[in-house]
Design a protein around this ligand. Sequence first.
Ligand SMILES: [Fe+2]
Length: 382
Amino acid sequence: MDISKFVAPEIIFGRGSLSQIGECVVRLGVSKVFLVSDRDVIASGWVDQAVEYLHAAGLETTIFSSLTTNPKDFEVREATAQYLASGCDGIVSVGGGSPTDVAKAVAILASNGGRIGDYEGINKILSPLPPMVIVPSTAGAGSEVSQFTIIVDTDRKLKMSIISRSLIPDIAIVDPEILRTKDARLAAATGVDALTHGIESYVSLAATPLTDVHALKAIQLISLYLKRAVADRGDMEANSNMAMASLMAGLAFSNAILGAAHAMTHQVDGLLDKHHGETNASILPHVMQFNLHACPERFRDIAAALGEEVAGLDVVAAATLSIGAVRRLISDIGLAKGLSQLGLREEFIPILSENATKDACLVTNPRSATREEIAEIFRAAM
Ligand SMILES: [Fe+2]
């Protein structure tokens, strides 16, 4: 039998939609909210606004913000202890991928116990999670709609992929106004992350018509609006379209899973603690090159979504245009760096390659990849 599924949360989208947060949380039966965020988002005033809306709805709040980019296992432990001590019965995140992934990881441990590493892989979570409402502050991670959380194992120095349908938040509130206060460098990096989600999910072995439509539209929106969003952080048409692109790429990759680029970036991010979008920018074109002949028709569609003229070209020539288009976009937004410029040294490649072969994201890559082949891609991306 050929059975597929598509899971998604309730999604509230639009400028000013943060104002809906109190009503959303009340509707889920929560009385005391554990709100996860980070220092930047708090400094920008968004958490104060969210807390005001939550208090106006009669809810109590506790705030947790002791976390870093690429959230770590010990941060999750600390957050879970605070959640359990606080008497909270629901979780809200206002922030980028890091607060969102910590919020999800707290939800796992608060209701299932153990250590976060116990849940690495696919469908290891058995008990239901507390209610979750996620408000993203960046256009990239897509975690507000995904069944993923990605946490760094600080002993092994790699990112663990935890994938389970119970990680889908109850409600995602996507308010593009929040993007305005994030700087251009972050907008560029997160935008490339969303692009990588769109491309990897479109060529994934688990892609379905339901994920395809979201993946291709996301790629097209990123092609049209990422440069504008990076050039002018006040361009709300660009911010809104990037928020939608990130959301749609999130729906696509949540259900189709990802591929070799993420299997590889998870290793580099865990080791170097660089922004995940920057590592994606270094690796994505090389993984596209590796995968191209496994599904050239799919890469032709991606080229067309990126605005390339593919009519009249043979399929491989058309498909190849997708790589050039991605390289130009990455270069135009200032992220065209090799992995060596990000600090990766050649001596780490064997262990990173070995660990990448064990990452859950590699399973759906359209072309199977050995440790040696992954090492070659790493070397090309240096
Ligand atoms: Fe990603």
